[in-house]
Design a protein around this ligand. Structure first.
Ligand code: DX5
Ligand code: ZN
Length: 226
C-alpha cells in the first residue's frame, strides 16, 4: 500500500501570519497545501480569493491542492492554472457539464479532481472516473472548518475505491473535513490516499509536530498494520 499524503488546510491558518503558516507547512512532513475557495453561494461562507491564493503560491514550495466550493467553476479554471494550482477539484453538485469541466482542467495542464458532498452517491462518478486524477470525499458538509466528521464516510471511501479498481482508474482518494488522528487509520484502511486536516493541525500548540506525528502513524499503518 502506498504512503498516505497529508494536506494541511490553510483555511485554519492564522491569516495575520499567513507567510509563517505556509512556511511551517513547507518545512514540515506535509505533502500538499490544501486551498479552500468558497463563494458564499455554493456554500454558506466566503473564504478567500485570488490575491490570497497568489500570496500562498508565492511562498508555498509543495503542490497546491485547490478545492473549489463555488458555482460555475469553469469561469476560473484558467485563472487557477495561472496561479499555479497542481490539482484543481470542482464539486460534482456544481457542474452541469462535468465531463467538459474535467477536460478543461486537464487542458490547462492541471490534475483534475471531483468532490462529492456527504449526500452524493459515489456511483455518479462511474462515467468519468477514468478521466479523474482525484476524488475528494467530503466528510463534513462543505463551508466551514472545525466540524464533526460524518461516520458514513468510511463506506463511501470503500465504495469509491472499488469503483476505481473496477474501472482501472488511477484516481487518488482524498478525504476532507473533521479528519484527525482518531479517524485516520480507518480512513486509510478504507482506501484513502490523502488526508486533509485543518483544525486538527493548526489549532494545536505545535502544528509541525502534529503533522509529523500524523505522518509517522499513517506511514506505519500504510506499510505494516493494514
Ligand atoms: C470544508 C473545507 C475543509 C476544511 C477542513 O468545507 O473543504 O478543507 O478546511 O477543516 P477541518 O479539518 O477543520 O474540518
Ligand atoms: Zn477542502
Amino acid at each position: 500500500m502506498s504512503k498516505t499524503k497529508i494536506a494541511p488546510s490553510l483555511l485554519a491558518a492564522d491569516f495575520g501570519n499567513l507567510q509563517r503558516d505556509i512556511e511551517m507547512v513547507n518545512n514540515s512532513n506535509a505533502d500538499w497545501h490544501h486551498i479552500d475557495i468558497m463563494d458564499g453561494v455554493f456554500v454558506p461562507n466566503i473564504s478567500y480569493g485570488m490575491p490570497v491564493v497568489k500570496t500562498i503560491a508565492q511562498h508555498a514550495t509543495k503542490p497546491l491542492d485547490v478545492h473549489l466550493m463555488i458555482v460555475d467553476p469553469d469561469r476560473y479554471i484558467k485563472t487557477f492554472a495561472e496561479l499555479g494550482a497542481t490539482y484543481l477539484t470542482v464539486h460534482y453538485e456544481a457542474c452541469t457539464h462535468l465531463h467538459r469541466t474535467i477536460q478543461a482542467i486537464k487542458a490547462e495542464g492541471m490534475k483534475a479532481g471531483v468532490a462529492l458532498n456527504p449526500h452524493t452517491n459515489v456511483n455518479l462518478l462511474k462515467n468519468v472516473i477514468k478521466d479523474l486524477d482525484l476524488v475528494l470525499i467530503m466528510s463534513v458538509n462543505p463551508g466551514f472548518g472545525g466540524q464533526s466528521f460524518i461516520e458514513n464516510t468510511y463506506e463511501k471511501v470503500h465504495n469509491v475505491k472499488e469503483l476505481i479498481k473496477e474501472s482501472d482508474s488511477s484516481a487518488l482518494i482524498e478525504v476532507d473535513g473533521g479528519v484527525n488522528a482518531k479517524n485516520a487509520k480507518a480512513l486509510i484502511k478504507a482506501g484513502a490516499d490523502i488526508l486533509v486536516a485543518g483544525s486538527f493541525i493548526f489549532k494545536t500548540e505545535d502544528p509541525t509536530k502534529t503533522i509529523e506525528e500524523l505522518k509517522k502513524s499513517t506511514d506505519r499503518w500504510s506499510i505494516f498494520e493494514l
